[in-house]
Design a binder for this molecule. Structure first.
Ligand code: 8YV
Length: 324
């Protein structure tokens, strides 16, 4: 008997419970080898499936969305960020797009704090020293970092994750939190301990740490450019768990090499998985492989949220996390 359920192409391997659940709900095409699909394979999926469940590693371009003949009616992204999808084209073609907000907020905020602490306390550098067998023993002036508690944290982009970071920093570390994100109501910002500033530059000038939490967009591309990096105090540390292209990576590399800022801690990069080789040679930068939401809890919840969006859509109701 043929399977009449919607055909859903899942582009990457998902946590096993999510794949099992997906197989119970839909006629799923899983990716057993976890190899990223090529543009041709994505195009083929657009022609033959009813839905696509992609991740940040799949570029769902205008060309792929516009493929003819096309069968896909919904793209349920696995991730809160959806800059991998040409949302404007999807909208114009009547293809629904959803994301997975909320369920990874705490995990990503935790990772931003991890990066802040690692960079401030030179944790990566210290670990490399110990592993290299190069630690010669304790001494009062060895590998001094900078205190986090009580310092000023500047947040650019006070959405869900930015607020969760603000709360951790103010409640847990007694930090003074300032931010720039004009659409956010001041009352909501105050609830997570954050005070507004009038411009990005005002935040950069005053902050000991700066954490980036804006979405990727053409306007936000290279938001942290050479000029803005130059505004940060010499002792400042820059943290990025948002998207790689909000920082001009070449300009950041120069700033770190010259010591015009003290350190950076990056979970995301301009051309993932490639990392500017010059960055990998620097001790004053923490480099993680896009681990923001990488907990079992978050990844299972993200998968479930994407499945709920698909189920809702195929039951004829607008999905809760619709972004196009
Ligand atoms: C995800 C992320 O792992 O959700 C996001 O926007 O950046 C990550 O936490 C990734 O997008 C998975 O597709």
């Amino acid at each position: 008997m043929s399977d009449t359920r919607p055909i859903v192409v899942v582009t990457r391997q998902l946590p096993a419970p999510v794949e099992r659940h997906a197989a119970g709900l839909f006629d799923v095409r899983l990716n057993a080898t976890d190899t990223p699909l090529t543009a041709e394979q994505l195009g083929e999926a657009m022609r033959t499936a009813d839905a696509l469940l992609p991740t940040v590693t799949d570029a769902i371009t205008a060309a792929i969305l516009g493929i003819s003949p096309r069968r896909v009616r919904i793209v349920a992204n696995f991730g809160v960020g959806y800059n991998n999808i040409d949302v404007a084209t999807a909208r114009s073609l009547g293809i629904v797009v959803t994301n997975t907000p909320d369920v990874l907020t705490d995990d990503t905020a935790d990772l931003a704090m991890t990066l802040m602490l690692m960079a401030a306390r030179r944790a990566g550098e210290g670990e490399r020293l110990v592993r290299a067998g190069a630690w010669t023993g304790w001494r009062p002036t060895h590998m001094l970092g900078t205190r986090v508690s009580g310092k000023t944290l500047g947040i650019l982009g006070l959405g869900r994750i930015g607020r969760a970071v603000a709360k951790r920093a103010s409640d847990g570390f007694g930090m003074r939190v300032i931010y720039f994100d004009p659409p956010v109501p001041i009352g909501e910002a105050r609830a997570c301990g954050a005070s507004p500033r009038e411009s990005i530059e005002d935040v950069l000038r005053e902050s000991d740490f700066v954490s980036l939490h804006m979405p990727a967009s053409p306007e936000n591309r290279h938001l942290m450019n050479a000029d803005r990096l130059a505004i940060m105090p010499r002792h400042a540390i820059l943290i990025n768990t948002a998207r790689g292209d909000v920082i001009d990576e070449a300009a950041l590399t120069v700033a770190l090499e010259r010591g015009t800022i003290t350190a950076a801690a990056l979970d995301v990069f301009e051309r993932e998985p490639a990392v500017n080789p010059a960055l990998t040679k620097l001790e004053n930068v923490v480099l993680l492989p896009h681990l923001g939401s990488a907990t079992t809890e978050a990844r299972v919840a993200m998968g479930e949220r994407a499945l709920t969006n698909l189920e809702t859509f195929f039951s004829g109701t607008p999905p809760r996390d619709r972004v196009a």
